[in-house]
Design a protein around this ligand. Structure first.
Ligand code: GLC
Length: 743
């Protein structure tokens, strides 16, 4: 008997006596010893992730276990991971307890499962879970502490039911407002996406309140998913490598450097390559250049998409080879086991080696060990008892209040004194609109399945302003002249009109559009309100900047609220009433016209400016725009030096910001750097630092930005950081100072 076989026999005997002993010792030893006794089927089962729909009685996400199907999954296919359910705490508790118990007690090696969930804006697949504003709104807070709040509460509400793997945050940079997943991103700026993503991941993966439970976040969707050329979800992206390194890599690199445990791969194609089949993207870039060492999971059924959508492979077997050879570790197969069969065939044909398979299995087992699943994979009553829903919802309200952006205000808001308010629109009396997509269901659960305790904008405003002062009109949109006349007749009886307009919740490809302009019925409703001659307040409840340019010039006030979550109605109302002074700023450019979606860092067409006054309006509201009920005065921008003369020195920039208005307010101070001359063309400016603080009435605060040489560098097409001598500008609050860098 060879030495190896002898070792395996001893290990196997040990395993039978006490599996725990296998898992004793240093992680690498434990993993190596476990892998050494695993059969090929057991290994491939660990690389397979199935949807709960394959193991529930009715094939839905509701959690009633089909034990027969489940035993088949774990005993015949040795499946090591499942994803995606939606139910109440007790059902989650019972379901996860049952499947982990069966997995640990009824399989040879007793390897626990890892369960994935899309808790992308709170514990949104647990019926009583607290829902937060989606990332696009969260980013508008320009306050990474808010991202930490979201992550911490999500972890506190998720961990009790044994959901160890959260497919969040999205780190795609939201450059294309047509893309139906814009609201899942932290906006169009790479620095903001990296900062918010890092804060979220750090808080989610290191949450003391849930100790000893540990959770994994997931940086998604690597890479280039968010700038589809045609705007449709999963349509081709064409991003030059220099732009990929400068705009799309930073949030992922920051997450990898911060130790995020998993990454999910982009379903789409980038520069002619299906990402799931790209060895350059999934090995050279992801592993070798960016140093990611964790688990790379595919997006749902994306090996099949190589055949059915990208047509880069003729058969699923070839697609399987392509994806594994490119570098995926786990296949989100969802509802088929062909993956296992194809890998075994490819190994028999010596096209895939056991060494390659072992590399992925070891990463997956490492993740399970890191999350403590081998010690305790079960839900925790103790953690559940600590969940304080009221407190968590208060935090959700705080996040929403910091995220809502006051875009326009012609001395109308806050609404002081008793007024008769007409309220209408799709968001006027809807909980579903408040929570938006990915809320108790993929596209947002129906109204009756939203939490009973939630308020709508109508009930919140009636509470605040008095029921007799808020008149809820039935109009959600206007399509006929009869509807127009009826609305005008009703609305004219009030002093002012509040319209909650926008987009009904959508997810992924279900939100594909051909025109960024708001739907006509929404525009008609705005026009009718304007026609009354009453002051009009627009509350935008949407996942991306839908256009209403003509109407925007004729209304008195505009709030961007997005989908603000469980306490969104209270948050909006508190801003309307003045109880909260808005402090959000746009994390994206609000376009002026559908034909020109231009991120803030675009390079102005010098020709227009050089030859004639450039009259083209670039946007309706610029990135970083957001009003307050007070005014902030920026003065005295100072630099500690006007020359950085080597690669170590820094310059300290300071600016004074004074609250010269009549109410306390928070101000997000945004610092930009412009590279005046570059060997390659440089962006107009790039955000490099942001800091938010409360400034009481009459007080002045000094904000500081330490400019480092790396803030002046840019990546070339190979991702090599280039730092060139020359003139730079730092700008903040409209003030600008020049300085030079010289090696
Ligand atoms: C979806 C999404 C991805 C999500 C996954 C699991 O297709 O692209 O973001 O995490 O499937 O639900």
């Amino acid at each position: 008997m060879t030495k190896n076989k002898c070792l395996n026999l001893c290990l196997f005997v040990l395993l039978v006596i006490s599996p725990k002993c296998l898992y004793a010792g240093a992680p690498s030893t434990r993993i190596d010893s476990l892998v050494s006794v695993m059969t090929l089927d057991e290994k491939l089962g660990q690389m397979t992730q199935m949807c709960f729909s394959t193991i529930t009685l009715d094939g839905s996400k509701s959690l009633d276990l089909n034990v027969e199907n489940f035993r088949d999954a774990i005993q015949r296919y040795h499946v090591g991971s499942f994803l995606s359910g939606s139910d109440n705490y007790e059902k989650w508790f019972a379901f996860i307890t049952a499947i982990q118990k069966l997995a640990v007690e009824e399989t040879r090696l007793k390897i626990p499962l890892i369960i994935g969930i899309d808790h992308v804006h709170g514990a949104n697949y647990i019926n009583e879970g607290t829902i937060f504003p989606h990332n696009l709104m969260l980013a508008c807070s320009f306050n990474s502490a808010m991202a930490q709040n979201v992550a911490r509460v999500t972890a506190i509400e998720t961990a009790p039911v044994g959901l160890s793997w959260n497919f969040a945050p999205v780190l795609d940079v939201g450059k294309n407002p047509y893309w139906p997943r814009l609201y899942e991103t932290f906006g169009e700026d790479p620095y903001l996406c990296a900062t918010m993503g890092k804060a979220y991941i750090q808080a989610y993966e290191n949450c003391p309140e849930i100790a000893p439970a540990k959770l994994s976040a997931c940086a998604k969707h690597f890479i280039g998913y968010s700038d589809p050329k045609y705007g449709y979800d999963r349509s081709p992206s064409e991003i030059p490598m220099q732009a990929l390194w400068e705009y799309f890599v930073p949030p992922f690199k920051t997450a990898f450097d911060g130790g995020v445990k998993t990454v999910m791969i982009n379903s789409g194609e980038l520069n002619g390559e299906a990402v799931h089949g790209s060895k350059f993207l999934l090995d050279t870039l992801l592993r070798q250049r960016l140093g990611f060492k964790g688990v790379a999971v595919t997006d749902i059924k994306d090996i099949e998409r190589l055949v059915m959508m990208h047509h880069t492979n003729e058969t699923q077997k070839e697609g399987t080879f392509r994806a594994i050879d490119a570098g995926i570790d786990m296949y989100m197969a969802c509802n088929a086991y062909d993956f296992i069969r194809y890998v075994k065939e490819l190994m028999a044909e010596r096209r895939l080696s056991e060494q390659r398979i072992d590399a992925s299995v070891k990463r997956i087992l490492q993740l399970k060990f890191d999350l403590g699943l081998f010690d305790n994979p079960y839900p925790s009553r103790e953690l559940l008892s600590k969940v304080n829903k009221e407190k968590n919802q208060d935090i959700s309200q705080l996040v929403a209040e910091e995220s809502i952006v006051l875009l326009k205000n012609e001395n109308l808001l806050p609404l002081l004194g008793t007024k008769k308010i007409a309220l209408a629109g799709i968001g006027a009396n809807s909980k579903k609109m408040m929570n938006g997509p990915w809320s108790y269901d993929w596209m947002g659960a129906s109204e009756e399945l939203q939490p009973a305790t939630m308020k709508t904008l109508y009930t919140a405003m009636a509470n605040e302003f008095g029921a007799k002062h808020v008149n809820l009109l039935s109009a959600e949109g206007i399509n006929t002249d009869k509807e127009r006349r009826k609305f005008i007749c009703q609305a004219k009886k009030s002093d002012l009109i509040v319209l909650a307009v926008g987009e009904k919740p959508y997810s992924e490809f279900m939100g594909n559009i051909n025109d960024l302009t708001l739907d006509q019925d929404q525009l008609n409703l705005m026009d009718a309100a304007i026609e009354t001659g009453k002051p009009v307040v627009i509350v935008l409840m949407e996942g991306r900047p839908r256009l209403f340019t003509q109407q925007a010039s004729k209304v008195s006030a505009i709030l961007f609220a997005g989908y603000p979550g469980t306490r969104g109605a209270e948050a909006i109302t508190n801003i309307l009433s003045g109880k909260v002074n808005p402090s959000g700023k746009l994390a994206f450019t609000y376009p002026f016209s559908a034909g020109h979606v231009i991120p803030y860092y675009y390079k102005p067409s010098e020709f227009n400016i050089y030859w004639r006054e450039d009259k083209t309006q670039k946007n309706l509201f610029p990135f970083g725009h957001g009003l307050s009920y007070t005014q902030f005065e920026y003065t005295d921008l100072q630099l500690s030096d006007t020359l950085i003369n080597n690669s170590s020195q820094t310059i300290t920039a300071t600016v004074k910001v004074k609250n010269i208005g009549s109410v306390d307010g928070q101000e997000a101070v945004l610092w930009y750097i412009s590279d005046e001359i570059g060997t390659i063309t440089r962006p107009n400016k790039l955000l490099k630092h942001a800091e938010k603080a409360l400034i009481p009435v009459g007080e002045q605060k000094t904000f500081t930005f330490t400019i480092r040489p790396q803030d002046l560098a840019y990546p070339d097409k190979n991702g090599v950081q280039i730092l060139e001598n020359g003139k730079f500008k730092v700008s903040v609050g409209g003030l600008v100072k020049e300085f030079n860098f010289k090696k």
